[in-house]
Design a protein around this ligand. Structure first.
Ligand code: NAD
Length: 489
């Protein structure tokens, strides 16, 4: 079966692929601005039906207690995704604008492979731990700690790494025994809807266990946070929306798991290979047009070598022309939408208004007649108080900031409402490690190390989020803990 062969995607509700109550909405290719096709536009009633189905599947079936079934279903889903990898690659380049080179890693193949981690973890997990017999308050008691699924999980996801984020939620949530309603971003409905086709065609996932609700209306996603039948919302997106999810979930005391924005720093210490480090920072900031929450977008360099650092970053970034995502050499594709491109341009304008200058880039590329492209841009001449140093831009933009030694670099890096990630460059690993230990962030890369892998927890400090995705910690986010005390004689 070819995926999405009709040019129209459907909702998955209670095991059936169905049309949306609010008609359809188009999905675009951001590199060409052409319409790829249409997606089902869910109504509030559709969301209600999906939540109802997930609730019934959790309460009235054996899904939450049948580990073998869950493991089998996840492996079936992984096999189906693997079988359709090439079609999914084409879809990812077309709908997300993701460069081909990233689809062999975190954009597609990585998250498909990572489903094994969820299945393996469920298979080998200690669902009950015996703490032995003790006599608290003089009563002889056998103590057991049981781990159980939380219930109905609402998964709300963004467009920038849709497969990675959808699967990093669905995998552990289902493996842990929950039922799920997935609400993807309106910009990438097909990357989620394709899961509906694969689940119905290739897996034994029972009706209602996994539901997919695409919608052009953000308000349909908000229903997940408000509905008392939903036990947990697992959200990835902007910090502003994360606040709304928390507020909407408060009346029903929902568990909220939040992966939010970032403004991460790349710290080049004064003994580092300056040109090499700045070049890597520039390359990273251009990848997928900078549309990654953990991308390091503030380059902190020794003040005495500031101009040299700006030159090195601009030499790399200026050479990375934004291009066709299907071209194997493209690093920087388009932004996802005209709205996002205009937002990034607004930030670039603010940099000039606040006294900064462009060492390269600064606007839309003249050689691109269509598509939502922005030139990779290095901003110089500003400090950490500038708007572009404080706010998440989500475009291929790197701001170079001077520091006066390790303490100052740590101070600047931590002077942010966000705390998602960071990079430290120094040949002195003890020194780099000491700096890394002082960063208030959830992931640190030292000298180019890669923290992205199925068994490494990922998440943010401060306003970058609550909780961890991936790794054992990511699996346990989807579990409740029950302590059982049995009186014994
Ligand atoms: P967004 O916050 O606008 O939207 C994310 C999702 O939330 C979409 O599905 C959207 O429809 C939905 N939504 C919007 N308003 C809602 C509401 N009131 N209630 C419930 N759902 C609502 O984010 P985006 O523009 O799609 O994605 C970019 C953002 O995501 C960036 O800020 C980026 O840093 C962040 N992000 C974070 C991580 C991470 O792991 N920390 C990963 C990727 C992206």
């Amino acid at each position: 079966m070819a995926i999405l062969a009709d040019g129209e995607s459907l909702l998955l509700i209670d095991g059936e692929l169905v049309a949306g109550g609010s008609g359809t909405f188009p999905t675009l290719n951001p590199a060409t601005e052409e319409t790829l096709g249409i997606a089902a536009n869910a109504s509030a009633d559709d969301m209600g039906a999906a939540i109802g189905a997930a609730r019934r599947a959790f309460d009235d079936t054996g899904w939450s207690t049948d580990v073998d079934l869950r493991v089998r279903c996840l492996r079936q889903l992984q096999d189906a995704l693997t079988k359709h990898t090439e079609e999914l690659r084409e879809l990812t380049m077309a709908e997300v604008g993701a460069p081909r080179m990233l689809t062999s890693a975190a954009q597609l193949e990585g998250p498909i492979a990572d489903l094994s981690f969820s299945a393996d973890t469920a298979e080998n997990y200690s669902w009950r731990t015996d703490l032995g017999v003790a006599s608290p308050m003089g009563i002889k008691t056998r103590r057991t700690v049981a781990r159980e699924a939380i219930g109905v999980v609402g998964a709300i996801t963004p467009w920038n790494f849709p497969h990675q984020i959808n699967l990093a939620k669905i995998g552990p949530a289902l493996a842990a025994g929950n039922t799920v309603v997935l609400k993807p971003a309106p910009d990438t409905p097909w990357c989620a809807a394709v899961l509906g086709e694969l689940v119905t065609e290739h897996t034994d996932i029972p009706p209602g266990v996994f539901n997919i609700v695409t919608s052009a209306d953000h308000g349909v996603g908000a229903l997940l946070s408000r509905d008392p039948r939903v036990d947990m919302v697992s959200f990835t997106g902007s910090t502003a929306t994360g606040r709304a999810v928390m507020a909407d979930g408060a009346p029903t005391i929902k568990k909220v798991f939040l992966e939010l924005g970032g403004k991460s720093a790349f710290l080049v210490l004064d003994d580092a290979d300056l040109a090499g480090a700045c070049s890597m920072a520039a390359f990273t900031a251009s990848m997928h047009a900078g549309q990654g929450c953990a991308i390091t977008t503030r380059l902190l360099v020794p003040r005495a070598r500031y101009d040299e650092a700006v030159g090195a970053a601009a030499a790399t970034m200026g050479g990375l022309r934004p291009g066709d995502p299907t071209d194997p050499g493209t690093v920087c594709g388009p932004l996802i939408s005209a709205r996002q491109r205009d937002r990034v341009q607004g930030y670039l304008d603010s940099a000039i208004a606040e006294g900064g200058r462009f060492a390269c880039g600064g606007g839309c590329p003249a050689d691109r007649q269509s598509g939502f492209f922005i030139e990779p841009t290095v901003i110089a001449g500003l400090d950490n108080s500038a708007t572009v140093s404080r706010e998440e831009i989500f475009g291929p933009v790197l701001t170079v900031i001077a520091h006066d030694g390790d303490d100052d670099a740590v101070r600047i890096a931590n002077d942010s409402p966000y705390g998602l990630s960071g990079t430290v460059f120094s040949p002195d690993l003890e020194r780099a490690d000491a700096v890394a230990a002082r960063l208030r962030v959830g992931t640190v890369n030292i000298n180019g190390g890669v923290w992205y892998s199925a068994d490494m927890p990922f998440g943010g400090y401060k306003q970058s989020g609550i909780g961890r995705e991936m790794g054992l910690a990511g699996f346990e986010e989807y579990l409740e803990i029950k302590s059982i005390a049995t009186a014994v004689s």
